[in-house]
Ligand binder design. Structure first.
Ligand code: ATP
Length: 319
C-alpha cells in the first residue's frame, strides 16, 4: 500500500487532530503517503484533498476541533454519490480510507467497503456512544469540561443555597452525564438509559434537605429532557425552585486531555497498521485497556450500553 486517505466526519471531538497526526506519522514510518480529505464525505465527493506531510500535522496534537474540518452530508447515503467518492480516490491513487467519526460516519465507510473500497473507522465523539469500544476520542475531554463547569456552579450553589440543574450533551447516550455526575458528586443524574421518574428526583432532593443539605446539583442529559423542562416539572410537582445551566457547545471544544491524546495516537497508528495488513470494514476500539479492531457492522447492530453499575454507584454515593 503506497497511498491512503484520512477524513473527519460528523460532530467534531477533541482529539481528532491527534488522530490525524498519528495516521500521518505512522504512515510515514511505513513509507505510505497520506492524503487529507477536507469536510468529511462532502469533500471526498467534491475532490477537496491535499497531501499531508509530517510537518503539516505539527503542533495540532493539543488543538480541539479538526484541522480537516467536518461536515454532515446526508447525500452520502446515495449509491451514485458513493461511486463518485470511490472514483475520486481511485483517480488520486488512494488505496484505503480512514474515517474518524461516530457511528453515522461508520455507515458511510461500510457502504464504501461493500463497494470494494477498504475503510477503517476510528471512533471520535464526545457522546462515547459507539458500540464495540469502551471509549471514544473526545469523551474524556468533554467529561473534564463538564466536571470543571459543575465544580464552578457548585461554588455558587453552595454560597447561595440554590438547587442547580445542569443540562449536558447526550441525545441517546448518558455517559457524559453519568460519569460527570459521579466525578462532580451530583445529587441526581438523569440519563436516557434509565427510566425517568420525577417522584424519585423529588424524593432525592427532599432527602438531602432533610439531612441539612442546603444546595444540590442535578445533571440531566439533553436526550431525556431539557434543563428548563425539568425545572418546570420540579416546580409544578413539588414547588421546588431551581436554576438552570445549559452547558451547550463548550462541551465539544477545548484542548484534548492526556487520555484523549494517547487514545487518539494509539487509534490512529493502529488504523494505519490495519489497512496495511489488508483489513477492511473494521472499527478500532479499546477494550480492557487493549486496542482492538472489530467488524464495523458491530457498531450498528448493538445498542450503546452504558455502565449501569456506575449509575447505581452514583445514586448510592449521593444519598
Ligand atoms: P456524531 O454522532 O458524533 O455527530 P456521526 O458520525 O454519527 O457523529 P452523523 O451525522 O450521523 O455523525 O454522520 C456523519 C456523516 O456520515 C453524515 O453526514 C453522512 O455523510 C454519513 N452517513 C451517515 N449515515 C450514513 C449512511 N447510512 N450511509 C452513508 N453515509 C452515512
Amino acid at each position: 500500500m503506497k497511498k491512503i486517505a484520512v477524513l473527519t466526519s460528523g460532530g467534531d471531538a477533541p482529539g481528532m487532530n491527534a488522530a490525524i497526526r498519528a495516521v500521518v506519522r505512522k504512515a510515514k514510518v511505513l513509507n505510505i503517503e497520506v492524503i487529507g480529505i477536507y469536510y468529511g464525505y462532502q469533500g471526498l465527493v467534491e475532490g477537496q484533498m491535499t497531501t499531508l506531510q509530517v510537518g503539516d500535522v505539527g503542533s495540532i496534537i493539543q488543538r480541539g476541533g479538526t484541522k480537516l474540518y467536518s461536515a454532515r452530508y446526508p447525500d452520502f447515503k446515495q449509491s451514485d454519490v458513493q461511486d463518485q467518492a470511490i472514483a475520486n480516490m481511485r483517480e488520486a491513487g488512494i488505496e484505503g480510507l480512514i474515517v474518524i467519526g461516530g457511528d453515522g460516519s461508520y455507515r458511510g465507510a461500510m457502504d464504501l467497503v461493500k463497494k470494494g473500497f477498504p475503510c477503517i473507522g476510528i471512533p471520535a465523539t464526545i457522546d462515547n456512544d459507539v458500540p464495540g469500544t469502551q471509549y471514544t476520542i473526545g469523551f474524556d475531554t468533554a467529561l473534564n469540561t463538564v466536571i470543571d463547569a459543575v465544580d464552578k456552579i457548585r461554588d455558587t450553589a453552595t454560597s447561595h443555597e440554590n438547587l442547580f440543574i445542569v443540562e449536558v450533551m447526550g441525545r441517546d447516550a448518558g455517559d457524559l452525564a453519568l460519569y460527570a455526575g459521579v466525578a462532580a458528586g451530583a445529587g441526581a443524574v438523569i440519563i436516557p438509559e434509565v427510566d425517568f421518574c420525577i417522584e424519585d428526583v423529588i424524593a432525592r432532593i427532599k432527602r438531602g434537605e432533610y439531612r441539612g443539605k442546603m444546595y444540590n446539583i442535578i445533571i440531566v442529559a439533553e436526550g431525556v429532557m431539557s434543563g428548563t423542562e425539568l425545572a418546570r416539572l420540579l416546580k409544578e410537582n413539588a414547588g421546588i425552585t431551581t436554576r438552570v445551566s445549559v452547558l451547550g457547545h463548550m462541551q465539544r471544544g477545548g484542548s484534548p486531555t492526556g487520555r484523549d491524546r494517547v487514545l487518539a495516537s494509539q487509534f490512529g497508528a493502529y488504523a494505519v497498521e490495519a489497512l496495511v495488513a489488508g483489513k477492511k470494514g473494521r472499527a478500532i476500539g479499546v477494550r480492557n485497556h487493549e486496542i482492538v479492531d472489530y467488524d464495523l457492522t458491530e457498531a450498528f447492530k448493538k445498542e450503546h450500553a452504558t455502565n449501569l453499575a456506575l449509575y447505581t454507584l452514583a445514586t448510592e454515593l449521593s444519598i
